[in-house]
Design a protein around this ligand. Structure first.
Ligand code: GLY
Ligand code: MN
Ligand code: MN
Length: 438
């Protein structure tokens, strides 16, 4: 993967102009006491380097001559540390395997940073996110400013690297789309397996185990986010991750789960189906409505459209259907304008997907919504959540008991193509007939 990272660095360096960028890796995060969470690399750092060790710092230095523009600071090789936490590449590996022009031990960052940044027109560094590295960057910058009256040069501004870097990350390269197809394939298969095993009396956690076992068996790192396995009314809690209730005969089961690959590309799929294999009349009506909204929203995904338009399509189909079912009343446009449907559908219809599950990239550029372009990947995930948690707006009907406890979401991952879109998660079935069994 080194060459793809080298191409990305080249494109990022071009965008930086004369500004030097400091991009830190993620640290290890403590779980409790001296135990740590499994390491998860920072996606910006990964995108540019493919280097999967904690605490490293990448410098991208467009103001330096070729052969000095990519510098990595890394943990050094050290037998006494590696015997505990495993192999490290060290400075030599950073140069030989990861294409760094120069590499140094992390302990030298404080003394070397100011020199490397010297001569840059500005410094691109994300303030507020990297507490270990931030004081070093600020102090290197301050030293330049202190000396500027005598040296005549200093980086004048501290800017955020995000707009430049995240505009690149938003548009996936063909190699990235290939990896996302793989993440979606594994994620879709896991949903199919889960539906095969679900029966009344199982615990939500047992279904989570089937899904996550499949992720691991297929070579993924594991779940891309906390898997949501939510029976019945639990599905009306959008970020339900307790996953410890028994699945009841007559309830629906909502599963929102996707895997993360070794190189951090993710799937993000939601399916909802009856625990006992048969929809009740109310469940089926709402399921068909969410599916109609989801399919209409997916159909709008094409170059020149916007995520806003995808959302608006889903909302309109949902509101029209809810009025027909008597769960909303009044004129559709007015209900949409007033948001008088939000006690039943309270989230957006999707998000960008990539190295981060809620991926980077602006949805709006000032007044203008970001237009969909080939290479952008987004989720399309409308739902309906019928419970007493949110108050019913004054002008809307009280909810009949027979609808309560029904939570449904249907989520696919969709890549924008030259002329339309590619449904990356088509292998996870969603037709009502496929959600049932005898
Ligand atoms: N699984 C998180 C989401 O759907 O946004
Ligand atoms: Mn999602
Ligand atoms: Mn999801």
């Amino acid at each position: 993967m080194t060459s793809i990272h080298a191409q990305r660095r080249q494109r990022f360096l071009e965008r930086l102009g004369g500004v030097a960028a400091v991009i830190p890796a993620a640290p290890q995060v403590t779980h409790h006491a001296d135990c740590e969470y499994p390491f998860r690399q920072n996606s910006d750092f990964w995108y540019l380097t493919g280097f999967d060790e904690p605490d490293a710092v990448a410098l991208l230095l467009p103001h330096r001559p070729p052969g000095e523009r990519f510098v990595l600071f890394v943990h050094p090789r050290e037998a006494s540390a590696e015997v505990w936490t495993g192999f490290r590449w060290g400075s030599e590996g950073a140069v030989e395997q990861f294409g760094a022009d120069l590499a140094h031990p992390l302990s030298e960052l404080a003394e070397r940073l100011a020199d490397y940044l010297s001569g840059a027109e500005g410094i691109a560094f994300r303030i507020g996110k990297h507490p270990q590295v931030e004081p070093l960057v600020l102090s290197a910058w301050a030293r330049q400013l202190d000396r500027a009256p005598r040296t005549g040069v200093a980086a004048l501004g501290l800017v955020a690297p995000c707009p430049m870097l995240h505009a690149l990350r938003l548009r996936k390269q063909p190699e990235e789309l290939e990896r996302m197809r793989e993440a979606c394939r594994i994620s879709a298969e896991a949903h199919e397996r889960a539906r095969e095993v679900v029966r009344p009396g199982l615990n939500e956690r047992q279904v989570q185990a089937v899904i996550e076992q499949h992720f691991l068996e297929q070579g993924a790192r594991g779940p891309a986010y906390g898997s949501i396995v939510a029976g019945g009314d639990n599905a009306c809690v959008l970020h339900y991750t307790a996953n410890n209730a028994l699945l009841r005969d007559g309830d629906l089961l909502l599963i929102d789960a996707g895997c993360s690959l070794g190189d951090y590309y993710n799937g993000d799929i939601t399916r909802t189906f009856p625990v006992n294999g048969r929809f009740s009349a109310e469940q089926r009506q709402l399921y068909e409505l969410v599916l109609a909204a989801q399919e209409a929203a997916v159909a709008t995904v094409a170059p020149g459209q916007t995520a806003e338009a995808v959302h608006a399509t889903a909302v309109r189909v949902l509101v029209e259907g809810l009025v027909e079912l008597g769960l909303l009343s009044g004129e559709v446009d007015g209900i949409i304008e007033r948001g008088a449907y939000r006690h039943l559908y309270m989230h957006r219809t999707g998000h960008w997907l990539g190295l981060d599950v809620h991926d980077v990239g602006a949805y709006r550029l000032g007044e203008h919504p970001q237009e969909l372009e080939p290479g952008i990947v987004l989720t399309v995930e409308p739902g309906l959540y019928v419970s007493d948690r949110l108050p019913v707006p004054e002008d809307q009907p009280a909810i009949d008991e027979r609808w309560k406890g029904i939570g449904i979401r249907i989520e696919d991952d969709v890549a924008v193509t030259e002329h339309g879109h590619e449904l990356l998660t088509a292998a996870a079935l969603k037709a009502p007939a496929a959600m049932q069994r005898d």
